[in-house]
Design a protein around this ligand. Sequence first.
Ligand code: ADP
Ligand code: MG
Length: 294
Amino acid sequence: ATMPPLLSAIANAGRHGVLVKSAVAMERLGSVTRVAMDKTGTLTEGTPRVAAVQALPGFGEDEALAAAAAAELPSEHPLARAVVTAARERGLRLTDAADFSSVPGRGVRAEVGGRTVRVGSPTALLDSSDGADDARKAVAAYEDEGRTAVVVLIDDAPAAVLALADRLRAGAPGAVARLRALAGAEPALLTGDNARTAARTADESGMTDVRAGLLPEDKVAAVHAWQREGERVLVVGDGVNDAPALAAADSGVAMGRAGSDLALETADAVVVRDEIGAVPTVVALSRRARKLVT
Ligand code: ADP
Ligand code: MG
C-alpha cells in the first residue's frame, strides 16, 4: 500500500529535522495565513552573552553579578544561563539561593545569603522604584546599542544593569521571506524584549511588523485578534513565555534545542534540528500533502 499523503509528509518533515506530532497538526500547517515569531531563541540563537556590567552606587560589579547568578541558577531562561556563565567566567562563587520564583516575561526572584535578589526586565523592576535614575540611564544607553538590558535589585535597591547581546540565526532572513510568501502576509515579530532591540532584530530579519514589550498574555491576545479576523495563525517560539501563544495558535511550532520543556509539550511540531529554515519547509510539505488528500 502507498502511504497516505499526510503520513509521508510527517516522515518527510522528520528528514528535515522537524517532529510533527499528528496528522491533524501536519494538515493544519499548510493552511496558515498569518505568522508570528518570537525573538529571543527563535529568530536569534538564544545563547546571549553578558557583554557589560554597570554597577550602581553602593554595589560592586562582582557582588551584583554573583548575587544575580545565584538567583538565576534555577531558571532555564536563555538570559539566566548567560548571567550564570558570566559569573562563572569571572570565577565568582555562587551562594545557594532559597525561595526561588519566576514570572515569565518579567524575571526571577530569590533569597541569596539573607538578601532578596531580583533579576529581570527594566519595565518590571524599575517602574515604581525611587532613586533609580542611574539604573534608567544605564538601561537607555545599552538599549540604544541594541542590547537587552537586565536589572539587578538587591533588597529593592538597584545594584547593577547588565547588557546582554544575542546573535541572529543565520537562516532567519531566508525563513522570514519564505514564510511571507507561503502565508501571503507580513510575518510579525512578538517579543517581551524592549522596542529598540526588537527593531534591530526585525531589521536584520527583514520584518516590518514589530510588537515589543509583550507579556505572555499579550502574545495570546495578538493571536486571538487575528483569529477573530478569520486568519489561521502559525506561532513560532521557544520559551516558557511562548507556551500560551503556542497553545492559542492554529499551528504552534517550537524551536527544540533552546526550547523550554513547556513550549515543546505545547507545540504541534518541534524543530529538533536547530534550523529555522525548516519551518517554511514543513509548511510547504503540508501544502503539497493537502493537494493530494481527497
Ligand atoms: P522574548 O519574548 O524575546 O523571548 P521574554 O518574554 O522571555 O523575551 O523576556 C522578556 C524580558 O523579560 C527579557 O528581555 C528580560 O528583560 C526579562 N526576563 C525574563 N526572564 C528573565 C530572566 N530569567 N532573567 C532576566 N531577565 C528576564
Ligand atoms: Mg524566546
